[in-house]
Design a protein around this ligand. Structure first.
Ligand SMILES: [Zn+2]
Length: 191
């Protein structure tokens, strides 16, 4: 039977992410492994001499648990986005705007938000996860911008006048221009 006596590392793919496991045999541990997660790196200490098959099944269990926990967190943040949109709609737009869904999107490299009007995906709003790092008034601005496209699916004067009900519009646009100028994002377009 193979047993774990030396440290080793391995990668485990969970969903669309990759976790790195650093496994360290520890002579002070008796029966169970101990683990901590930092970013995508799991440090796992196991009793020295634990059978490799047991360590493998522990790694699988930890990976599944992290995946479940992350999936839960993602759902919660989409829910938070929905609540934020509802609050902006009530506070500034008299609850005039309707949409189907609003979600974080990972793969928006050149745009910070998008809103589909018409077709099978009508009313689906996507917000770039890049905005999680930005001030909340900037995130609110992008949400408000996409919501207003439900009423004006263009960048007409009427659109901008309506969006100006959101009081931080100019400030947020200035911030995003600054980010673009500093090269923080390739081109912070908002559709
Ligand atoms: Zn737009």
């Amino acid at each position: 039977m193979n047993r774990v006596t030396e440290p080793f590392s391995c990668d485990v793919v969970v969903g669309e992410e990759r976790l790195r496991f650093n496994v360290q045999p520890d002579g002070r541990l008796r029966a169970n492994g101990r683990w901590t997660l930092r970013g995508d790196v799991v440090t796992l200490r196991v009793p020295r001499g634990m059978p490799s098959a047991t360590v493998e099944s522990i790694i699988k269990r930890i990976a599944a648990r992290i995946q479940r926990s992350r999936a839960r967190a993602d759902r919660r943040t989409d829910h938070d986005l929905m609540q934020r949109a509802a609050q902006l709609n009530a506070q500034y737009f008299n609850n005039e705007l309707t949409w189907h869904s609003i979600r974080w999107a990972e793969n928006m490299h050149t745009r910070l938000g998008s809103c589909s009007n018409g077709g099978a995906s009508d009313g689906d709003i996507r917000i770039s996860t890049a905005l999680r790092r930005y001030p909340s008034y900037v995130l609110d601005y992008v949400i408000a911008h996409e919501l207003c496209h439900r009423k004006y699916p263009n960048h007409s004067a009427e659109f901008w006048a309506y969006l100006a009900r959101f009081p931080h519009t100019e400030r947020a646009r200035g911030f995003l221009e600054g980010v673009a100028f500093a090269g923080g994002v390739s081109e912070p377009e908002i559709d």
